[in-house]
Design a protein around this ligand. Structure first.
Ligand SMILES: O=C[C@H](O)COP(=O)(O)O
Length: 330
């Protein structure tokens, strides 16, 4: 179904989100019964880029919407306060004002910014008064192999430093060994340590072996109270993909059908092209519906996507690509 800019590409200011998924008891029968028809999923994923239902004349509005859904990220060993301050300035004003005016919009910001624990205070100060939340990666990101009590303590310290959202990493071993109780208990402890902060469970799907494992891990994390499930840290050799996204989105749908709780989705890692962002938005719209196209239920985890979206928007308005840009939206 096609929709107009006015109908659902409108920008909503980011808001601090209360935890909305209280979780449920671990239902092992449900987890064990999960099947995944891998070839059907691969087939459907292949056709997605060609089928995306965003009309060309609405693409600028959808790209602006995509900006409002980005967790603008820097997660590098050489991060500095200066880099994080620049990132926050970009989050506050992601595209130049004249361009935004030409496109008939004002007040656009990214959905959040995402940093390591050490950079939380810098980011919170830089974003003071904007309403843009700071997300922190926690629990021994990216591998999640530090002692359990330190991972829980890291969450507490990140919340105390002002992070409104915590991106945790799960122990991949629990999934690979089918130890669903251990995964549930771990996620539940992380959820509790977050208090009122919003918790996103990073599954590191590229390290989970099978799509069936991805599906099961998604369910277990949601049962334990994850507010979002997120594909990847950006550090695995395989990060966000369309087949993995389909599986996770369908797990979200199944969980909603069973419990009535909406869990958000965050594809992350390697999403750097505007045209890919449009495919993701279209996928969400088709599979979960418009409610999931708001910042409290969808985010892109991305460090370089914003740059490509900006270039595409500039091209639409001025007819020129900026230097080095060669990727046209299909
Ligand atoms: O969570 C966000 C990811 O680390 C970002 O990955 P990226 O640098 O490939 O965009």
């Amino acid at each position: 179904m096609q929709t107009t800019i006015q109908q659902d590409a409108t920008h909503q200011l980011p808001q601090a989100v209360e935890p909305r998924n209280p979780g449920m008891e671990l239902d092992l029968d449900w987890v064990q019964a999960v099947q995944a028809n891998t070839s059907a999923i691969e087939r459907r994923a292949k056709t997605l880029p060609g089928r995306r239902s965003v009309k060309k004349e609405h693409q600028a509005a959808w790209l602006l919407k995509a900006i409002s859904l980005i967790d603008l990220t820097t997660l590098s060993g050489d991060d500095t306060e200066g880099r994080v301050k620049r990132l926050c300035a970009k989050a506050k004003q992601p595209v130049r004002e004249e361009l935004l005016e030409t496109l008939g919009m004002s007040g656009l910001t990214t959905g959040a910014i995402c940093v390591y624990h050490d950079m939380i205070e810098t980011a919170v100060t830089a974003l003071d008064g904007t309403g843009i939340p700071v997300a922190a990666v926690s629990t021994g990101f990216p591998a999640g192999l530090s002692p359990f009590h330190l991972r829980v303590e890291e969450i507490r310290q990140s919340v105390a430093a002002g992070a409104a959202e915590i991106d945790i990493v799960i122990t991949r071993r629990h999934v690979l060994q089918g130890n669903w109780q251990a995964l549930y208990d771990e996620m539940k402890a992380f959820r509790e340590a977050c208090g009122d902060a919003h918790v996103k469970a990073i599954l590191a799907t590229g390290e989970l072996g099978t799509l069936r494992n991805v599906y099961k891990a998604s369910l277990v994390c949601m049962m334990a109270g994850a507010d979002f499930i997120k594909t990847s840290t950006g550090k695995e050799s395989v990060n966000a993909t369309l087949p993995v996204s389909l599986v996770m989105i369908r797990a979200i749908r199944d969980y909603y059908d069973r419990t009535g709780y909406r869990v958000g989705y965050k594809p992350a890692g390697g999403i750097s092209k505007a045209k890919d962002a449009l495919v993701y938005l279209s996928l969400i719209k088709d599979e979960l519906g418009d409610r999931w196209l708001q910042p409290d239920l969808f985010r892109f985890g991305a460090s370089s996507l914003l740059g490509d979206i900006e270039r595409q928007l500039e091209h639409r308005v001025t007819g020129k690509y900026s230097a080095g840009h060669r990727h046209a939206i299909g």
